[in-house]
Design a protein around this ligand. Sequence first.
Ligand SMILES: [Zn+2]
Length: 133
Amino acid sequence: MRPDRHEVLRQSLLEMREILLGVIERQKPQPEQTEGDIADQAARSAEIELAFELSDNERRILSQIEAALSKMDKGLYGRCERCRKAVEPKRLKMLPFARYCLRCQESAEKAAESGVEPWQESWRESEQPQQEG
Ligand SMILES: [Zn+2]
């Protein structure tokens, strides 16, 4: 495994996390908490907002990003949490916080459609997001 290869993904995860935190922040009913110098991020943020359709998804994805980052720290990154096989590199590139390989994800989605998520609960307890500082 090559850490430098993950470094790129790590950077995009960190970037996505920043943006999501911004999105979540703005969803709160707090008025004005503006930070000036983020024109680029704002544009990117708009894209991501659209992509995630501004729902509960932000928080969920944020947790997944946090989990992915912590897995990088532990050297567990890139493994499917369900079948423990390597997640497809292409998939990681598109979805750096992917927790499952394509096959497992598909079966998860099928399960979700039928309202059952048999194995998706366990990580919530074990992968608590950690605050920095
Ligand atoms: Zn899998």
